[in-house]
Ligand binder design. Structure first.
Ligand code: GLN
Length: 254
């Protein structure tokens, strides 16, 4: 009797394990009904909060359109830029839409879609500064947004900038405040936010770094080919039917 009971229980256990196993596999293969999109809404014109306090910007509009065409809801999770990849590794996000540049190191942790925008780095300095290129920042104090490509360049990763003191901020806007107040000599940050920050700060000027071409991509969880493929398919469609150009015009201009 006891043996029968054990056998019966084992059978129930095995069956339920199979059932759970199947359930999990199903989930991994399906596009979620609600796509959790991680961003850092401090990066205009790609992501920010608008006057009504809603998430807005080019990336948000593109992902909204992609989700709509896929037939899923989009749920935005706002966090620090440097936390996005970790949140995706712990499976709390389905997509990262944050003006994220492809880098080899990030590729080890997440998978990327096709590129949706090309950018480069800009240097922001005070009007009277003599800085003309990245290597002029050697040994200087540089403000960056933590964990970004601007941070990697200022920290000497590409060897263009050497021996700088890097001050890391949660927001690019805070780095620009530090520049105005004399806490740093320059800010290294992506082109479009740089333009936005200088637009509102008359004492500052911009220097374009031609050497640092970067591709913006959306990230998905490592191995989630299905979602990456679906996003790429919709990106192509959005480009082909003129929606992409319309959104560039609305958010980025020329
Ligand atoms: N493109 C830069 C990067 O990927 C900055 C992105 C951001 O600050 N949102 O590191």
């Amino acid at each position: 009797m006891k043996k029968l009971l054990v056998a019966g229980l084992s059978l129930v256990l095995v069956c339920s394990m199979l059932f759970v196993g199947c359930g999990k596999k199903e989930d991994a293969n399906n596009i979620p009904e609600t796509i959790k999109v991680g961003t850092n809404a401090e990066f205009p014109p790609f992501e920010y909060k608008n006057d009504k306090g809603e998430y807005d910007g080019f990336d948000m509009a593109i992902m909204q359109e992609v989700c709509k065409r896929i037939g899923s809801e989009m749920k935005i999770e706002n966090m620090e830029f440097k936390s996005l990849v970790g949140a995706m590794e712990s499976k709390n996000l389905d997509v990262i839409a944050a003006g994220m540049t492809v880098t080899d190191e990030r590729k080890e942790a997440v998978d990327f879609t096709d590129s949706y925008y090309t950018s480069n780095q800009y240097i922001i300095v005070k009007k009277e500064s003599k800085v003309k290129k990245l290597s002029d920042l050697n040994g200087k104090k540089i403000g960056v947004q933590e964990g970004t490509t601007g941070d990697f360049i200022a920290s000497g990763e590409s060897k263009t900038v050497k021996d700088a003191t890097v001050k890391r901020y949660k927001k690019g806007a805070d780095a620009v405040v530090a520049l105005r107040q004399g806490g740093v000599d320059a800010v290294v940050i992506d082109a479009n936010p740089a333009k936005e920050y200088v637009k509102n700060n008359k004492g500052l000027k911009l220097i374009k770094d031609e050497s640092s071409k970067e591709q913006y991509v959306f990230a998905v969880q490592k191995g989630n080919e299905k979602l990456a493929k679906e996003i790429n398919k919709q990106l192509k469609a959005i480009k082909a039917d003129g929606t992409y150009d319309k959104l560039v015009k609305k958010y980025i201009g020329n």
